[in-house]
Design a protein around this ligand. Structure first.
Ligand code: ZN
Length: 242
């Protein structure tokens, strides 16, 4: 079993009727439902307003992969918690960052860039192209799939060159964006996925659900001892070594 913790900021749902209509169960609820359809995934959820910001040490200690959606309340997210979660990723915890999570403190810390992007809310159709057909995150997907409405995110997207690029998205207005990006940081694996604006129920889309399940499985720790770093005695006898 892979233990997945779905973390959602959870603020839009409190105030915006459009978001309440799209996600009556909360964005985290829809993501959790998509993941829980796989018997290999054990899913918990939390929001930023939960005790310990929904990311207590006890929770993180039992998390293999963290799924992270954030947008407007990052100024309330403690820097010490950012540092803790980032270190856990470097130590091997998987991280799936969704949509506007690209500008979160956590993602930008792990990327070393701003995560900024062009954007537009105009009910646009988007088409996601699989550009790495042999990648595990593309398993079970067609050559491309479409979502009828999504917020446009367009290049330039301020991220480092992804270690593996799985999706490129086209938007009706003409822009494109690197929309499915894999990064390796330390012992950890990070996947960024663009869809998921709060007013469109795209986390209920079947193909998006497939991507989320694939991404969690790809990001899960592979299970090996922590790397050793520091002053090392030689493995073979060395005449000059003291
Ligand atoms: Zn958005």
């Amino acid at each position: 079993m892979i233990r997945v913790h779905v973390w959602n900021e959870g603020r839009h749902e409190q105030t915006d009727p459009r978001v309440q209509a799209a996600y009556p169960e909360g964005i985290h609820g829809a993501i959790a439902a998509a993941l829980a359809s796989d018997d290999d995934l054990q899913v918990t959820t939390a929001t930023q307003d939960d005790p310990g910001y929904g990311l207590s040490p006890a929770t993180l200690d039992t998390t293999d992969v963290l799924v992270f959606w954030s947008h407007i309340a990052q100024h309330e997210f403690p820097n010490e918690l950012v540092a803790d979660v980032a270190q856990r990723v470097l130590n091997g915890m998987g991280l799936v960052v969704l949509h506007s999570g690209c500008i979160s403190k956590l993602f930008t810390r792990l990327m070393g860039t701003t995560g900024m992007i062009n954007w537009r809310e105009a009910d646009e159709r988007t088409r996601l192209w699989v550009v790495a057909p042999g990648h595990p995150i593309a398993a079970g997907l067609p050559a491309y799939f479409e979502l009828p409405h999504e917020e446009m995110y367009g290049e330039h997207f301020d991220i480092p060159p992804p270690d593996e690029l799985v999706f490129i998205s086209w938007f009706q207005g003409g822009e494109v964006v690197r929309s499915g990006c894999c990064f390796y940081r330390g012992a950890g694996r990070i996947f960024y996925f663009q869809p998921g604006h709060e007013t469109y129920p795209n986390y209920r889309d079947a193909n998006v659900g497939q991507v989320l399940r694939n991404a969690v499985k790809w990001a899960a720790p592979i299970g090996r001892p922590a790397p050793q770093r520091g002053n090392m005695p030689p493995l073979e006898p060395l005449p000059s070594h003291r």
